[in-house]
Design a protein around this ligand. Structure first.
Ligand code: PMP
Length: 362
């Protein structure tokens, strides 16, 4: 029973727009098969653990000093990884791409301004808008969760947002965007266009990153993360690629020394071992495609996926199916989309467990 003497959140003079809210986050449950947050299921390989350990050890004596505020060496490494002729001046890094997007909204959104996203998409986008005092404008996708040039352009023209979020591959639906949509939105949007490419490394052949659209488009920002393909979610490293003027803008709102010396060193060591870390991507894509094919063979509707997760229709109340899977030791994600659930593609054994549990509950 609640302690009546204990101060409740509502007793505090909290902002009206935060009153009654609960913190965002998927349940962190101790379950054998955790396929609910699109992490990389493969642990960091031994030699990479060793290299990161050495890099961290080398920083420890100097922890009395603040880190490089501008993370210059890390940004150059990230630019080298991205390719497309990018340099460190066109890259900015922070504690996860969530923080990158928050900084973008602090700089380009804020009170009196509007951010727009095409739902269902990543549910943190509206929450970051809320936290930064930016009004949120939801826009529609097609019945198949796709986004056509016409649909995108019409809605951006109608709402004239200061910031447009595009998500490619889109979470939770999984499909990558045609870069034509990005270019068309840039043409009609007066504001910034942010393409969230958290899952870019998992895309199927033939998809094109919005990085290719960057030249000549100073209002375009592409955000990436090491949380997914690199298997570095616990390290917290996200980044953006854009015109150097965009980097100058986020530097106005970032906290000084936001990226610790340890984070910078660990991320650089991880990047230096990218072949070992990204070696899991091909195996994960095999499991992703196996989940799509198997569920379709069993007669379920499944969205196409360019990511490390799959959105599938369960028929009926998805929260009932979610619980039934959990009772069988498999944790997936209820993204609040009626009749659908999302599962992360992990190891072959995890796919086995998920598909077996699915077979049992139908
Ligand atoms: N964008 C999308 C579409 C995501 O799904 C996620 C992770 N759930 C993120 C950004 C944030 O990842 P991070 O902050 O770990 O970089």
């Amino acid at each position: 029973p609640a302690d009546p003497a204990r101060t409740r959140l509502d007793d505090l003079p909290i902002r009206d727009d935060l009153r009654g809210m609960r913190p965002y986050g998927a349940p962190q449950l101790d379950v054998a098969v955790r396929l609910n947050t699109n992490e990389n299921s493969y642990p960091v390989p031994g030699p990479v653990v060793e290299a990161i350990g050495k890099a961290l050890a080398a920083e420890l004596r100097d922890l009395n000093r603040y880190p490089d505020r501008d993370a210059v060496a890390l940004r150059a490494d990230l630019a080298g990884y991205l390719g497309h002729g990018l340099t460190g001046e066109q890259v900015w890094a922070a504690n996860g791409s969530n923080e990158i997007q928050q900084q973008l909204l602090q700089a380009f959104g804020g009170p009196g301004r509007v951010a727009l996203g095409f739902t269902p998409a990543y549910s943190m986008h509206p929450l970051l808008a809320l936290g930064t005092g930016t009004a949120w404008q939801p826009a529609r996708r097609g019945a198949d969760f796709g986004l056509t040039v016409d649909d995108a352009v019409t809605q951006v023209r109608e709402h004239r947002p200061d910031v447009v979020f595009l998500c490619s591959p889109n979470n939770p639906t999984g499909t990558a965007l045609d870069p034509e949509v990005v270019a068309a939105v840039l043409d009609v949007a007066g504001g910034m266009v942010v393409v969230d490419e958290a899952y870019a490394e998992f895309a199927r052949p033939g998809t094109v990153s919005a990085l290719a659209v960057l030249p000549g488009h100073p209002r375009l920002v592409v955000t990436r993360t090491m949380s997914k393909a690199f298997g570095f979610a616990g390290g917290r490293l996200g980044y953006l690629a854009a015109d150097p003027a965009v980097v100058a803008a986020v530097q106005l709102v970032r906290l000084p020394y936001h990226l610790s010396a340890l984070t910078q060193a660990a991320a650089r060591a991880a990047l230096a071992h990218r072949d070992a870390l990204l070696g899991t991507v091909a195996a994960i894509k095999v499991q992703r495609d196996r989940i799509v094919t198997t569920l379709r063979d069993r007669g379920l509707r499944v969205a196409d996926s360019d990511a490390n997760f799959v959105l599938f229709e369960v028929g009926g109340d998805q929260s009932v199916a979610w619980r039934a899977l959990l009772e069988r030791g498999v944790l997936v994600r209820d993204v609040g989309l009626a009749g659908w659930l999302r599962v992360t593609a992990g190891t072959p054994a995890e796919t086995d467990a998920f598909l077996a549990a699915m077979e049992e509950i139908r």
